[in-house]
Write a protein that binds this ligand. Structure first.
Ligand SMILES: Nc1ncnc2c1ncn2[C@@H]1O[C@H](COP(=O)(O)OP(=O)(O)OP(=O)(O)O)[C@@H](O)[C@H]1O
Ligand SMILES: [Mg+2]
Length: 234
């Protein structure tokens, strides 16, 4: 069963044809990485899923229902959590207000307890303003804010970008913990090791298209492909 499926998804910025027919899917409880060089359209793909960029063609199906015609605020409510590139924290709001912003009522206490058990750093900083958190703490807050909504799928756009190694480890562990609860994951990540360790399957993107698909175990051994699409040696 698929959790999310993108069928021939197209998007433009003005006249620029940025997504040229993206096809991908993530199964129930599956974790999948979307990798590619800078500017190939990874963030745009995620924004198109979230309704933040209007697709100019194709469709997105989530949990058996087409969501590409929904309004942007309806998509998180349908069960898609989104942790944007650059985190999207409100710097002037407290940690607590950042967590519950946009919710009509406070989530159940067991959800709140679960989140603070996972991210004790946030519990200790509830009244601190979001903008004064370290980069890694802001990333944790962005993930926690997404978990508050109890999503079925979490989409993360470069969660470890610009974060020091010790916090990268912590964030990686938390994403893995979320994954183990059965939540599906679609991860965009520059760090190949992180992507391969968290995800079982990988899509490689090139200029607005999915150019290659492989299991993480196969890709790990395929240095030619890694070099060709990502310019890296693992
Ligand atoms: N709002 C915008 N208006 C015009 N062009 C844009 C806009 N946002 C992105 N682009 C362009 O669309 C292309 C794809 O951008 P996108 O952010 O999706 O790439 P990306 O794969 O996420 O890159 P990175 O790895 O650097 O985050 C780029 O060429 C970018 O310059
Ligand atoms: Mg991006």
């Amino acid at each position: 069963m698929t959790m999310i499926e993108l069928r021939d998804l197209n998007a433009h910025y003005g006249k620029v044809h940025v997504l040229q027919g993206v096809n991908l899917h993530v199964g129930h409880g599956e974790s999948v990485a979307l990798l590619g060089r800078n500017g190939v359209g990874k963030t745009t793909t995620l924004k198109a899923i979230m309704g933040l960029v209007r697709p100019t063609g194709g469709s997105v199906f989530f949990d058996g229902r087409e969501i590409s015609k929904l309004r942007p605020y309806q998509i998180p409510r349908a069960g898609v959590g989104y942790v944007p590139q650059g985190r999207g924290i409100f710097p002037m709001l407290s940690v607590e207000d950042n967590l519950f912003v946009g919710l009509s009522k406070r989530p159940p206490q067991d959800i709140i307890d679960y989140i603070f058990d996972r991210f004790p750093r946030l519990r200790e900083r509830l009244k601190q303003s979001g903008g004064t958190l370290s980069g890694g703490e802001q990333q944790m807050l962005a993930i926690a804010r997404c978990l508050v909504m109890q999503p079925k799928l979490i989409i993360l756009d470069e969660p470890t970008e610009g974060i020091m190694p010790i916090l990268v480890k912590e964030i990686r562990r938390e994403i893995d913990a979320v994954r183990k609860t059965g939540v599906s994951i679609l991860l965009v990540e520059q760090n190949i090791k992180t992507a391969l360790s968290l995800c079982s399957r990988v899509y490689l993107m090139e200029k607005g298209l999915i150019a290659h698909e492989a299991s993480s175990t196969d890709l790990e051994k395929d240095s030619d492909t890694l070099h060709r699409f990502l310019g890296v040696d693992v």
